[in-house]
Write a protein that binds this ligand. Sequence first.
Ligand code: DAK
Length: 259
Amino acid sequence: MTHILFEKKGNIAIALIDRPKALNALNSEVLNDLNTLVDTVNADPEIRVLILTGSGEKSFVAGADIGEMSNLTKEEGEAFGKKGNDVFRRIETLPIPVIAAVNGYALGGGCELAMSCDIRIASDTAVFGQPETGLGITPGFGGTQRLARLIGPGMAKQLIYSARNIKADEALRIGLVNAVYPLEELRPAAEKLAETIAKNAPIAVRACKQAINEGLEKPMDEAIVLEEKLFGSCFETADQKEGMGAFLEKRRHEPYQNR
Ligand code: DAK
C-alpha cells in the first residue's frame, strides 16, 4: 500500500491514511489501498478491531481528490462514485468492528469514510462536513444515505444543502461522533477502546455487528429472527462455554480464543 501505513498491536490493527501533500484526500490510489487494507484485515484472523485514522496532525481525510474529479465526464463520475462506494461498503461490512479516529478534517469523502466505520471518535480539532453542493456536486460516497441514517434526515439535509462545516463539539452534540478528546489523547483513546472490544468474545462481537447492521435494514419481525439465530450460534462456541462457565465458577474467564 502506497498511501496507507499499517501496523498491528496484538489483536488490533491501525491503518493511517497517508497522503500528506493533499491532506490525505482520496484519489484512486488511496481507494485501491483501502481495498488492499480490507483484503489484509480479512485474511488475518488475529485482527479483532481495526482503527482507521489520518497521518499528520491536521487531517483525517480532506475529501475525495478534487483535482482528480474536476474533469470527469458523467460516465467517469459514476464510475468514480462506484469505486468509492464499493470500498466504503466493504469497510462497513467488514466482520470486525472498525473505529474511525478522526484527527482533523473529515470533509466530503472523509466524513463519508468515517461514517462507514462502526464507531467515530474525534479530536477537538476535527472538522466535519459535506461541502459537495458548494462544489457543484452531490455527496458521492454514501453521504446522502449514511448521514441521514446516522443523525436523522432533518439535520442531514441541513448540513448537506448548506455545505456548512461543523466543529467537533457540534458533531458530538448531533450524534455524528461518540466522544471528543484533545488531539494528543485521541490515538490512546482509540487504542484503549479497541483493546476493550478485542478482549470480548470475538465471535459474539462479530455477531453483534452483523445483527445491528443487517437488522437495521429489515422489518423488526425479521430483525429479531436474525438476532435469535446469531444468539443461538454463540452456543456452539468454546468462548461462550468459557465465559459462562467462569461466571458460574466465580472466576475470571481465560482470554477468549475466537472459537
Ligand atoms: N482534493 C485535492 N487536494 C486537496 C483536497 C482535496 N479534497 N483538500 C486539500 N487538498 C490539497 C490542497 O490543494 C493543497 O495542495 P497544494 O496547494 O499545497 O498543492 C494541500 O492539500 C493543503 O491544503 P490547503 O492549502 O487548502 O490547506 P488549508 O489548511 O488552507 O485548508 C482545507 C484545509 C481542508 C479547509 C482545504 O484544503 C479545503 O477546503 N479542502 C477541500 C475540502 C473539500 O471540499 N473536500 C470535499 C471534496 S468533495 C462523487 C464521488 C465522491 C464525492 C462526490 C461525488 N461521485 C462520483 C458522484 C466526494 C466529494 C468530495 O469529497
